[in-house]
Structures are given as C-alpha cells and as structure tokens.
Design a binder for this molecule. Structure first.
Ligand SMILES: [Zn+2]
Length: 598
C-alpha cells in the first residue's frame, strides 16, 4: 500500500526530531513544554508558529500550516510526500530499499523466517528430549518453577552444548552457511572458516512478531560456562532489535489499559505464568525511542518493573524520560525484598505483586524533577517560571483528585502556598478550554459567514455536522483507545456516519491504517492528503489537545450530535462511499488543479 515500507517511514520519523529539524529553518524559543517561532509560511511579527516535541508535530495558529516532519519538509523544500521521505532519509542516515524489500547480502526476510522456524522447532525438540534437554528443562521447571503449559505457549527451547547441532539441521534443509550467518544462527570461525552454532547450552526464547513469524531469539545461559547471561540475535534482514519487544505478540491483546515492562525475558514468562498477560521486555538493550513509540500504540499506561538494584533504577529513570516524550503515562514499581519481578512473585505471590502494580508511583514525580533541575530556584524569577510550567502540566491532568496530589507536592518542593498554586492551575485549565472553544467558534463563525473553507468546502452548508466531525477526527487522530473503540464497534461510527466528503475521507484513511499491520501513525497520512489538508489535520489534533476532557464520553457525544445533524439533513442525497483508491485519485486530482491554478 505504501510507497516505502512503513517500518522505514517510521524509522525515518523516529530519527528526525522535529525540534532539531525545524530549528535549522526557524529560530525557536522554548515556551513551557513546546517551542515558538515566527512562521516560515506566512509573514508575521509575533510568533504564532508552535512546535510540539511530545507528539512531534507543528502548527501555526496564524495560517493553519501544520503536520509532522514530512509535512514540514514538503512545504519548506517544496517536495511531494515521497520526496520528503527521501530528503529526511538522507538527513537521518536511513537507507531506503531500492526495490521495496529489505535484503542484505542476498538473504531475504523470508529465508530468515524459514531458518528461524526450523531452529525454533529443533530447539523445542531438544528441550523436551529427556537426555539432551535435561539442563534446560531443570533450569525452567526446577529453578524457575515454570509450568510446562507456559513453556509450550512461549515455544521455549534448548540449544544443546554442541558446536554443530543446528548448523547440521539447517544445512540438511538446504541453507548455506553464509545465510545462517546473516540470520545470526551461526558464526564462521576465522581460523578454520567453518560454521559453528551461535547459541549453545542456552534456554532459547523465540521472539515472535504480530503476524506469527519467528523474527529472532534470546538465549539465556544455563551452564554458567559463558559469562554472558543473555545472548540476543543482533540485527538481521528480518529483525531490528531497537524496534521489537519480547512477548508483545502475546501481550498486545491484554494491554489496552496498562502494560508491564520488564528487563528480562524470564520475568516476562514468570509474569504471564502468574496471570499477568500484559508483560513485555525490551530485548537486551536499554529502551529505545522506537520501542516507546510502538508501545504507545497499544497501551495508555506503562508500569516499569525493572530490577530493584541501582542499575535497574537508573534504567527506569531513563525510560521514564523516553515514555514522557511519546506522551505515555508511566509508573514505577517499587519492589522491596526481591531483585526482580520473577523473584518477587516466587517469594510473595501474585496477589502481592498485583498490589504493587496498583500502588506504583506516577510519572509526575519524574516531570517535577525535570522542571526543577532546569530552573535555579534561588532566583525568584526562575522559581515563578518553574511554578508556571508545573501548573500547566497539572492543568492537563484529567482527574481532579490527582491534580490535588500534585498541587500538594509542588507546593512542598517550591515552598509556595497550595492555595495560590491551585488558583494558577484553575486559571490554566480555563485558558486551555477557552483556547479550544475559541478555535472551534472562530471556525464556526467563518463558516457561518459563508467564507469558503478551501480544505473542506462542505463545512459552510453543514456547520453542526462538520463541527461534530472535527471533534471526532481530532479524538481519533490523538488517541489509540478511541480508534480501537471505533474499530471494535463500541462507538458506532462508520464512513456512512459522516456528512462532509473531506471528513469522511479522513475517517476512512485513519481507520484503514488502524486496521492494517502495525496500526495508525500520523507519519503515514502524507501519502493520502495534500499539505493544506495535513495542516487541517494538525489543527484538529491541536484543538483537541488544548482541551482537558478527551474521554470516550466526549467521542460518544460527538457521534450522537453528528447522527442527529445528519438526520436533519436527511432530505439530502446519501453520500458516496469512498475507497482508499478513490481518495488517492482525489489527491492527485487536487494537486493537478492546484498546479493548473498557478
Ligand atoms: Zn503561519
């Protein structure tokens, strides 16, 4: 469907930080958690151009230019979407595939998947062989206390302590040594030039993607002969460590509300065995931006269950910063009396662990810390700035009880009165709401005056429906939970619910991407919409972000308003149903008309 594989588009976007990128074109100043500058797309004296690092987007409140890194480059470098991808790929050092397939030294992903599947089956047979697999089975069942059912479900195996066992099996199946090396299943001896098994005397955890392919392995040493506790597949044509997580294929259906991130695979397997099917682990690396972004598509909240030692806590602190960038709510689990979740559950049981999850500390403490370190509190001006930033952060928290807790914490840290802080927070909430409403009503006024909305010309005749549609699309652009609610039919919305053609198209594209492999990503919209249309999408997103209440009830209310509005226009002809192909054709037509205009 896409011009380039979505992994590539996402990798480019992940490596193109929007503040860095736009900063090379526009001089930006920090304003709270965002950046402001003079808009490069219209002439102005006071900055109305804003860059939002947390969702990697920009928007100009003056001329409505907006979007993501790709849209920005399309506008400034005057390129199409494909050209912008290529421009940013070069800038961020991502190699673009020439034929749309990832291939290295002539070994395709497909060949690697085939080898991995054979390896997984072979190692599983070894584990269940009472003679060959004894060391591995003892480790799993006796030392770790795992039931056979969970060992089977995860497809765990055992790589025997033998230099040529797997290599021989793969050769018999027609694979060359060079291919096995590319798949990280064997190494080639420098001295003899002979192939040898990469994993030996290890319990093997297959890493499986969402479509069921075995993409890599993680091997845990059991014999104690190797001082490396874990060996993980390095990057292969079928696997990028920094973009994958262990057990996400199992957890993805159980983690809509909350997900538990651990350091080790064995913690994940123990947690699943104890009934926590929402546990995953990063693969032997520190958490990456890409992994955080992937998790943000599946869940609202991440509980960090890292090791309780100093290194683990440092890693947790670092991970919080990464999750904060992608806008995920993060909590830290404080385990006392055990070094990791596996040990904790063995010592104290699953129920106690459930309590820990419930009492985990919020990410606010982390944000508080980061604001405090940026300001010198001995200078009164700086203290006021810090307080203002924190009040603005608190004003975006939905729950008033939670806000109270934060107000208390900030008052204590800055030695300010709770009352005055509370007033500032309330002021910020009112401002947020007003900004959102103003934008909505400004748009309605313009429409009512019959001023032609170039992006969505049907707005003028359908003000009520168009406003409801904008609210719905803003919510769907922002929140995965709302897209899920629509995809599963919990909120009754279909293409036919929409009155205006532009909004119907946007809805169609969002939901088609949502239901595709890998899900929705703003970065993929550029293929379907022009830069002007992308600006509108950014505005819809920003309008929602400025509001405090973006829950499911708001989505439902907007859907009802839309249904009522539509009924009152019932006399009108039913709109045609647009397919993705028609939308793409429409984009081409609009681009052509634009260039004819010039
Ligand atoms: Zn502008």
């Amino acid at each position: 469907m896409s011009l380039y594989p979505r992994e590539i588009v996402e990798a480019i976007k992940d490596r193109s930080d929007i503040v860095d990128l736009i900063g090379t074109y526009v001089s930006l100043k920090r304003a709270g958690s965002n950046y402001n500058g003079l808009c490069p797309f219209h002439s102005e004296k006071t900055p109305s151009f804003t860059v939002f690092p947390d969702n990697q987007s920009f928007f100009c409140f003056g001329c409505e230019a907006g979007g993501d890194a790709f849209t920005f480059i399309m506008r400034t470098e005057n390129l199409d979407y494909k050209g912008a991808i290529e421009f940013l790929a070069k800038r961020s050092g991502v190699d673009l595939p020439t034929d749309g397939r990832e291939e290295r030294h002539g070994v395709s992903r497909k060949r690697v998947f085939e080898m991995n599947l054979i390896a997984a089956r072979f190692w599983r047979e070894c584990l269940f062989d009472p003679h060959i697999g004894k060391a591995g089975m003892d480790y799993l069942t006796e030392k770790r206390g795992l039931p056979l059912s969970i060992i089977r479900r995860f497809g765990i195996g055992y790589a025997p302590n033998d230099f040529g066992a797997l290599t021989a099996v793969l050769r018999k199946n027609g694979f060359a040594d060079e291919e096995m090396k590319e798949a990280f299943l064997c190494g080639i001896s420098q001295k003899s030039g002979r192939a040898f098994d990469m994993f030996r005397d290890r319990v093997m955890f297959p890493v499986i993607d969402n479509t069921g392919n075995v993409i890599a392995f993680s091997g845990r040493d059991v014999g104690g002969q190797d001082n490396r506790k874990y060996v993980n597949s390095s990057d292969t044509p079928a696997f990028q460590k920094r973009r994958n997580l262990f057990a996400l294929n199992f957890a993805k259906n159980h983690c809509a509300d909350q997900l538990i991130l651990c350091e080790g695979n064995i913690d994940v397997v123990s947690l699943h065995a104890a009934g926590f099917e929402n546990a995953v682990a990063s693969l032997g690396t520190a958490l990456t931006d890409e992994q955080a972004r992937i998790l943000s598509k599946y869940t609202k909240q991440v509980i960090l269950a890292y090791d309780s030692d100093e290194a683990g806590q440092r890693a947790a602190h670092r991970a919080m910063g990464i999750f904060a960038k992608v806008g995920l709510d993060v909590r830290i689990l404080q385990m006392q009396g055990a070094k990791d979740p596996d040990e904790y559950i063995k010592k104290f049981g699953a129920e106690k662990f459930r309590q820990l999850v419930k009492n985990s500390r919020t990410g606010f403490e982390f944000k508080l810390q980061s604001v405090l370190t940026r300001h010198d509190l001995s200078i009164p001006d700086e203290k006021i700035k810090a307080a203002a930033e924190l009040c603005s952060i608190i004003s975006r928290v939905y729950s008033s009880a939670e806000r109270e807790v934060y107000v208390h914490a900030v008052a204590e840290r800055l030695s300010l009165s709770e009352d005055s802080l509370r007033k500032d927070v309330e002021g910020a909430i009112r401002r947020n709401a007003k900004a959102g409403k103003q934008q909505e009503s400004q748009q309605a006024r313009l429409s009512a005056m019959g001023i032609r909305d170039k992006v969505n010309p049907e707005t003028a005749g359908n003000i009520r429906a168009a406003a409801a549609e904008e609210a719905i699309l803003g919510l769907l652009l922002l929140y995965g939970e709302h897209r899920k609610a629509v995809a599963t039919g919990q909120v009754p919305l279909t293409r036919e619910s929409f009155v205006t053609a532009f909004h119907r198209n946007v809805f169609t594209v969002i939901m088609t991407l949502e239901e595709s492999d890998g899900g929705f990503d703003f970065a993929l919209l550029g293929e379907y919409f022009t830069v002007e249309e992308m600006g509108r999408l950014a505005r819809l997103e920003q309008a929602r972000r400025a509001l405090t209440d973006n829950g499911t009830s708001v989505l439902r209310a907007a859907a009802e308003t839309l249904a009522e509005a539509k009924e009152s226009y019932a006399a009108k002809e039913a709109p045609p149903v647009d397919s993705i192909q028609m939308i793409l054709a429409g984009k081409r037509k609009r681009l052509k008309e634009d260039s004819d205009d010039k």
